[in-house]
Design a protein around this ligand. Sequence first.
Ligand code: DGY
Length: 320
Amino acid sequence: MAKVYVTCRVFPEELERLRAAGHTVEMRDAPGLILREKLLEKVSEAEALICLLSDRIDAEVIEKAGKLRIIANLAVGYENIDLAAAQAAGIVVTNTPGVLTETTADLTFALLLAAARRIVEADAFARSGAFYGWELLQPHLGLEVHGKALGIVGMGRIGTAVARRGRLGFGMDVLYHDPHRNKPAEAELQAKYVSFEALLEKSDFVSIHTSLTRETRHLFDRQAFLRMKKTAILINVARGPVVDEKALVWALETGQIAGAGIDVYEEEPKVNPGLLKLQEHVVLVPHIGSATSKTRRAMARIAVDNVLAVLAGEAPLNPV
Ligand code: DGY
């Protein structure tokens, strides 16, 4: 029977499944992130670790984790884990693919609509008591969404789900850029494969759905913003460092682009102070792409299923 350490609060019924299988489970029952020293201490005893994207599982952690057999990341992304170090130590790493695709695509569209139609600003206005009646030139005139060009950077599962919403729900023309052609999306959604530069130049909405790699870090820099339409809106629900935040603040402040809907940040949990000052067509949320009860529950279930499998000597269900 094994010791499982969980770095964050997880639905109790999921952890019960581990206990029912005879394992000892210790869950860090506190809000916020685990302190580094605590992680290093706890990991030295654990045979299974359930952790967050925000927990840095680097070579130092892995070196301390002499008994560890599995790291079950509560996310589809896993750039927080030193995969090479884990592999060298014979530790399985798993993620939670599939279950958060539609939920994240929903949030992408929520941000897109909110930034284009200035929902957050209008909400604050209505609550402030400043609404004095309908008039033609209202203070919150926004940008059209239907029928516009939607540029998707990274046409994987989530990118395709966003493209589907744009095409089928809002009659948008879908352009995409990705290292690989997505022929099914081209057939289903009349999505057009274009170069990154063409996508920036032609899109009214640019939505980022690529993973964070050496190639995609700061893909959106000043040069990229200079290519975008002045009326364009950038949406990022993927990974903060894909965007050079300083360049984004510059682009928004100077009117190089019209707005942004941002869920992820370059140095989470810090939010760039320059972004905080901007309101018009700018919507900021705290990394909530997958944050519905149903989806977060499904993510926990997958992590536990993987831990159960590996501790039972079986193959993991979602190895990365
Ligand atoms: C992931 O799973 O990678 C997300 O960013 C967390 O919702």
